[in-house]
Design a protein around this ligand. Sequence first.
Ligand code: PXP
Length: 241
Amino acid sequence: MLTLGVNIDHVATIRQARRTVEPDPVTAAALAELAGADGITVHLREDRRHMQDRDVRILRETVRTHLNLEMAATEEMVAIALEIQPDYVTLVPERREEVTTEGGLDIAGQQARLDKVVDQLQSAGIPVSLFIDPDPAQIKASAATGAQFVELHTGKYVAVTGEAQAQELALLHRGCEQAIALGLRVNAGHGLTYWNTYPIAQLPGMEELNIGHSIISRAVLVGLERAVREMKQVIRGVPLS
Ligand code: PXP
């Protein structure tokens, strides 16, 4: 069955905007699970711009579904993953100046280093997923690392419409088939919204979609009315129950 991993990084982004304690991504993870999330995804970035080490440690204790730790393939992050033992790790490229993860990993260009990181994590019992573009050479190189999963980057698919989008979808379709034929399991994500996700959910053998921005954006809007009403209540001297 296709599962949904909810990426809660943006909850931490709001908290870090004020360096305060709310909203707490740990609470957000619990609510997402109550609503049916099959997994919780967090990206611990080198610059700690949203998720903090404390979040990942507590989430490891509290997440009842599975915890997917997105991280760069650095020594620091490998040490953290080995200590925290997430249910799986997704290796992503990371550049300080980027707003979000902009492209897939270049596996073929750093094969020896990634082979080593995949081996370090998987020999410690942590399955590894590689976030890559749906490019035949990258899929082949991913299989060669021995990683159990790839996560196909849907960023190009979501950025276009019409015939161009149909072509990107076809690339993703072929990518799924190639990955599965090579023994890889397949996830996908990036930029998926309430309007463009269904065709991705239909791809052959797709196991998990990791979605963050669109879900957290909708949560802000669907929750705003109630939040304002509750503040008006507090102003009138009626405490929150
Ligand atoms: N998958 C990976 C590997 C990502 O880096 C991200 C963004 O952190 C996502 C999925 C989720 O993307 P979005 O927030 O656009 O749904």
